[in-house]
Unconditional design. Sequence first.
Length: 242
Amino acid sequence: MSADITQDESVDIKANLAQVSRQIASLIQQHQRVTDSVRLLAVSKTKPLAALEAAYHAGQRAFGENYVQEAVDKCQALAHLSGIEWHFIGPIQSNKSRLIAETMHWVHSVDREKIALRLNDQRPVGLPPLNVCIQVNISGEESKSGVALSQLDAMVTFIARLPNLRLRGLMAIPAPQANHMAQCAVYAPLQQAFIELSKSDSMIDTLSIGMSGDLSAAIQSGSTMVRVGTAIFGERDYSAKA
Ligand SMILES: *Cc1c(COP(=O)(O)O)cnc(C)c1O
């Protein structure tokens, strides 16, 4: 099979983006959040350039990618689209940190001091500081990624000393929960940690939580950036990936 290089024409990205934006706006109202306080990150992993271009031309600017080489390739291929913003949201191997530091605007998945240090040291001179979120493990042993809440203060202190990183907030990928109440219960300690952190540092403005399955709970729990893929771009096909 050939790689999926064209956009599936049955997916109307512009209409999907409008639909997701309406859903976010209505959840903001429902949970009595401030208007426009939740950004939409369009998660475009495995999707072809044409799909990202379609989203861009519909007004979307922030894109999330999980695989380093794919992220770098897309960033280079779409460099002509002004104002496009690249967010790395996947696991980071240390031998790939340089590529991330050189190309991305944001990294949501910082969960080790070693990676933070490498991103700082490898951020090219002349680029603004890399915006980072600390990935927090709020699901306990079910997840291997993320800093435990008990280790969060140490990680914040470590990153605060790195001049080429700008700490913007926290990110989490909780294990799936049975219902809305359970989703909110898992988010509660994270929201508390975020509130404490933002009191101590005025640059902290981002709580990256919420995916297609838990948008309502995430927005109720203070999310400022939701990460949505499938509802915008359609189902992913991983068969073409190496
Ligand atoms: C893939 C991914 C998403 C988006 O998932 P969908 O179910 O396609 O909306 C969000 N966050 C992270 C970290 C992801 O890897």
